[in-house]
Design a protein around this ligand. Structure first.
Ligand code: NAP
Length: 223
C-alpha cells in the first residue's frame, strides 16, 4: 500500500515507518522541519507544517491511507506542565480532514489514548485520578476533541486508544480490550504493528478500539 505516516519522528511514528518499510509498503514519512527524523532506506521523507492544508494535500495525494502518530509534546508529566503547543492537535486535525477530503483519500488510522471519550470508565479509577491531577489533564481533552472531529468527518477512521506506552520490544500480543484492570501497558512497537494490521483490512473492525498488551479485563494473567 501507499502509506503516509504523520508524526514519523515520534515514538510510535518511528516504529510505524520502520515496520511499514519492512512490510514492503510504499512509505512517506512526514514531520515538521525541526523534527529529528531518521528513516530507513526505502522511505520517502516530507517536511513541513502539519497544520497547513496545502502541505497536507501534497502529503496525502495519491496515497491509499494515512497513519497518524501525532500527539502533543509535554515537557513533563507534573501537574503544572502544559503541552508545548496546546492547540496543535485541533489545528492539525482540522487541516488533515480538509486535506484528505479535498484529495479524495478516506482511510485514516490515528492514535488517541485509553481513557479518552467513552473509554473513560473502562480504565482503572486510579488511572482516572492520575489523569485528573497530572499534566494529562490538558492532553486528554485535546485527544477527545481530536476524536470527535475525526468521527464527525466523512473519513473512514480507526482511532486506536492504547494504554500506557512503553519502549519495550514488540510482543505481538496486542489485543482490543473492553476494560482495563491493573496496569495497562503496550509497547510502542506493538501499537505500530496493530495499526499496520488494521490499515490493511478491507474494513475497520471498530472506530475507537482500546488496545493493550497487559491489563485487558478477562484476559488470562501473563506469565
Ligand atoms: N505516553 C503514553 O503512555 C501514552 C499512552 C496512550 C496514548 N498516548 C498517545 O499516543 C500518541 C503517540 O505517542 P508517542 O509517545 O509516540 O508520541 P511522541 O513521541 O510525543 O510523538 C508525537 C509526534 O507528534 C509530533 N508533534 C507534536 N507537536 C507537534 C507540532 N506542533 N508540530 C508538528 N508535529 C508535532 C512530534 O513531532 P516532533 O518530533 O517534531 O516533536 C512527534 O512526531 C500521543 O498522542 C500520546 O498522547 C500516549
Amino acid at each position: 500500500m501507499k502509506l503516509v505516516i504523520l508524526g514519523a519522528s515520534g515514538g510510535c511514528g518511528r516504529h510505524l515507518v520502520e515496520q511499514a518499510v519492512g512490510r514492503r509498503h510504499e512509505v512517506t514519512a512526514v514531520a515538521r522541519a525541526s523534527s529529528s527524523l531518521d528513516v530507513p532506506t526505502g522511505a520517502r521523507t516530507l517536511r513541513g507544517d502539519l497544520t497547513s492544508v496545502a502541505f497536507l494535500r501534497d502529503a496525502v495525494r495519491g496515497q491509499d491511507a494515512v497513519l497518524s502518530a501525532l500527539g502533543l509534546r509535554l515537557p513533563g508529566i507534573a501537574p503544572w506542565q502544559r503541552p508545548v503547543d496546546p492547540d496543535f492537535l485541533d489545528r492539525s486535525t482540522a487541516a488533515l480532514v480538509e486535506a484528505m477530503g479535498a484529495e479524495g483519500i478516506r482511510r485514516l488510522v490515528a492514535i488517541s489514548a485509553g481513557g479518552v471519550g467513552d473509554s473513560h470508565d473502562a480504565v482503572p479509577a486510579a488511572f482516572r485520578a492520575f489523569i485528573a491531577v497530572s499534566a494529562l489533564r490538558s492532553v486528554y481533552p485535546a485527544l477527545g476533541r481530536m476524536e470527535r472531529a475525526l468521527l464527525a468527518s466523512a473519513l473512514d477512521v480507526c482511532i486506536c486508544r492504547p494504554t500506557g506506552l512503553t519502549d519495550e520490544p514488540a510482543t505481538g500480543r496486542a489485543v482490543v480490550a473492553r476494560a482495563i484492570v491493573g496496569r495497562g501497558a503496550i509497547p510502542r512497537a506493538d501499537v505500530a504493528a496493530w495499526m499496520l494490521d488494521e490499515v490493511a483490512r478491507p474494513a475497520f473492525a471498530a472506530k475507537t478500539p482500546m488496545i493493550t498488551v497487559t491489563g485487558a479485563a478477562g484476559a488470562p494473567p501473563r506469565r
